[in-house]
Structures are given as structure tokens and as C-alpha cells.
Design a protein around this ligand. Sequence first.
Ligand SMILES: C[S@@+](CC[C@H](N)C(=O)[O-])C[C@H]1O[C@@H](n2cnc3c(N)ncnc32)[C@H](O)[C@@H]1O
Length: 392
Amino acid sequence: MDGTLVKLTFGKPTPQAQEPDLKNVYVRPVNLKSGPHFTFVYRYATRDVTKNFPPATALETARSLLGTAFCDAHLFTPLQSAQVEIDAEGKARLRQRVASQAPTPRRERHDREKRRPVPLTAGWLHRLGVTNSEGRPREGMAAKLRQIQKFAEILGSLLTDAGLLHDTNAEPGSGISQPFTVVDMGCGKGYLTFAAASMLRDRARVVGVEDRQELVTLCNEVTREEKLESLNFIQGNIATATWAEDSRCDVLIALHACNTATDDALARGIAADAQLLVVSPCCQKELRPLMRPPAILSDALRHGIFLERQAEFVTDALRAQLLEWAGYRTKVFEFVSTEHTARNVMIAAIKEHPSRQQGRLERLRGFAQFYGVPTQALARHLGVDLASGVTT
Ligand SMILES: C[S@@+](CC[C@H](N)C(=O)[O-])C[C@H]1O[C@@H](n2cnc3c(N)ncnc32)[C@H](O)[C@@H]1O
């Protein structure tokens, strides 16, 4: 009882137990006004009895339970767990396990919950129908809420990596070097746009671009009601929309912009010299009918599902290579688990090195030619002829 105890549980009542309806005892540390104590919850068949003991008495009580009332004691600390079992002959056996199997202390879990990038009480979550008035996910919206939180968490760390946000441990919205512009292309109902704005508060201007006017109107209404002055939504096409006077874009986001709309968005970000590009492509339909994979793959790719997945892979791998060629360091990873959405690959690109290196161009052309890909939307935007080199 050196201060590291998370919990101690007693189970498997002994045959000689004096209270046969006592099923378990659970012990946890607790801070009372009178100092540190241990709470013992005695779980009977039909009721619980709680008693608080100071450390010395708690130790004594715990000792007296093992072997007389219970055959089994399980102790958890943040670093390990230990189990003592007493067999029918009275012999004790000790088993120990390392940290990962020990439960997270309650207080730590509580702190982690408090550190959610988007507070559950955010008014926009409620107005967009994600949470109810108590800040709990509405029916069918739990996965969306997890996706929003995950996105905000990833965006925070990418902004830090890109040098736009300086202190990840600071309060969300603080520690930013200078105001910058975030543009979310094909923002839909704006879940992720609001998440970005709410995380960055007034340190960044956040713009949502969306084709469907009714969604733009809804999002702007919520923005007004919630007094999110740094956020606005505009109706327009990803390829041509303009925002403010300068159409500045330091961070380009395009999640689940179908097919080549992702390429249009990436091209806008690159043209604006954005520091960070974050896309999660979907419906990669362009290359499937164009690809002429090598004969060695023909038996495998005669199965439609394999061809579809291969086309997705080739599309996104080519995008990542084109981004590298355009001067970005890329990361490709799973954004949320496939349990929440099948559209879960994220490509993040941070402006870093000089663009247009010949070696990279040759490698990406070799890749495209291996799969018999004659052209691709982002390559066209960037003036890259996949068959024979750069056309600009
Ligand atoms: C699948 S939703 C994704 C919404 C949001 N980005 C998200 O991940 O939650 C795609 C949105 O992009 C919009 N969109 C698709 N192509 C577009 C384009 N070329 N210009 C503007 N909006 C577009 C659609 O209207 C739709 O609302």
C-alpha cells in the first residue's frame, strides 16, 4: 500500500467462509478529508456494504480476507497486476503480469476523457445532431463522434508536425505561431470543419467549401448561432471556388471527396503553397478502366474485387508519390478503424523539400508504367505526363 494501488479484488469464497452470501470484496484508494483511506465494497448476493479504512487497518483487513473468506486476490497497480490463488490444499500460487494488462487508474482515465480535442458540450455538435442536450451521442452518431474526435486529434498533431501549431500540450487553440487559413473542401455537413474551427478557435480562419447550397446554409446558421466568427462556409466547386479576396490556403482538408474531387482539392492546395494537405480519398474510380496491369497479375486481377482494391491502391500511391515530387513529405495511415468506416485511409502531406526532383519523377513514372496507367487527375493538374515526363 505504497500509493500505487489501483484496485484489489477478492473472489472465489472459501468453503469455510463465515458469510456464505459474500461474493466479492473490492478495494480502492480514496482521499477523504481525514487523509488517504481505502474503500472496501463488500458485495453480497443482494446488496453492497461500503467501509472506509485508514491504511494500516485496510492492510490488516485485506490480509484477513485471503485464505479465510476468499481463495483469490487480484491486485492492480499502473505497472503490473498480481494474482494470488489458494488451492484446495491451502497452497498459494502467485502470478504477475506487466502493465498492459493492468487497468488504467480511474483518475488517469478521467483526465484523458477531459482532454478530448472537441468538448462534448460544444453547441455545434448538438445543433448538427451529433449529441443530445446532455452532450451524449445521439442514436446512430457514436461512430461519427469518434471520427470527429479522432480527426481533431490527428489534425492537432499534423499541425504541430507542420510547424503551424507549436505546443500540443497547451490548451487547444493556444501555442499557434500566427493566424493561418484552413480550407475544408467538400465539407458536407461540416462536422470536421467545425471540429477544426473549434480546436483552433480564433487563431485560424476556417473555410468550408461545399457544392450543396442547403448544407452551406445550415452550416452558416450554426456558425452564427454559435458565434464562431472565424468560421464560414461557401457554396462552390472544389476546382473553382474562391474564398475571401486572396483564396489563401495554409491547410487543405478534403475528406471523402469522391473520385477525382480529391485530386482537384490537392491541386488547389499545392497551387496555394499550402503547408499541410490532409485528404481521405474515396470512390477511386478513375484508374480502374484505364489500368493495364502486367500479365503476371492478370490471373489475380481477373477477380473484380482485387482489381478494384488494386486500382484504389495505385491511385492513392500515385497521389502520394506526386505529392512527394511536389515538395511534400507524405504519411499514409488509417484514420479511423474500419469498424467505423471503410473509407479510412488518410494521406497527409507536409511541405518540406524542394519540389520537382528528377529522381522522384522517374520513380513515379516507373510505378505508373508498371501498372499501365497512362494518366491520372493529380498528374494532369501538376503537368506530369506519366508516360513520357513533365510537360510544363
Ligand atoms: C461524402 S461527403 C464528405 C463530407 C465531409 N468532408 C466529411 O468527411 O464528413 C462529400 C461532400 O463533398 C461534396 N462534394 C463532392 N464533390 C464536390 C465538388 N467538386 N465541389 C464541392 N463539393 C463537392 C459533396 O456534396 C458532399 O457533401
